[in-house]
Design a protein around this ligand. Structure first.
Ligand SMILES: [Zn+2]
Length: 129
């Protein structure tokens, strides 16, 4: 398979991101005594209040390497995307991204298709009755 120069550029960018994110795995984002590393996104605890937890909440987010549960690919979960996930989408702080971008896309197509088939089935039933 040949890669276009755009694809290989994207690949290089992703590799560079992965390389940068890997050492950040050791950073305790809840630690009150450390300075957030470069590129960290500060957490807003007001926006995390939905967690109802006495456990520790992160002070900041850093780019994080996640392994896709479906295909095993390593991908960087950007700090800004984590902030959006936990604070914007109000997800539980103990949840994680589990699928890479390409599997998320496929999963969406699969769900849309399943919904379409389901609705078609309902329509067929109604028309029959
Ligand atoms: Zn995947």
């Amino acid at each position: 398979m040949t890669m276009t120069s755009n694809e290989s550029k994207l690949r290089r960018l992703q590799d560079a991101r992965l390389k940068r994110a890997k050492p950040l795995a050791g950073v305790d984002t809840c630690d009150p005594n450390i300075d957030p590393p470069a590129g960290a996104v500060i957490a807003d605890h007001k926006e995390l209040a939905h967690n109802n937890t006495y456990g520790r909440l992160p002070r900041f987010y850093v780019d994080k390497v996640v392994v896709c549960r479906q295909c095993g690919k390593e991908e960087v979960w950007l700090a800004e995307r984590q902030k959006w996930w936990y604070e914007g989408a109000k997800r539980n702080i103990n949840t994680d991204a589990v699928l890479c971008r390409s599997c998320r896309g496929k999963e969406k197509v699969r769900k849309d298709e399943a919904r379409r088939v389901h609705i078609q089935g309902l329509e067929r039933k109604q028309n029959a009755g």
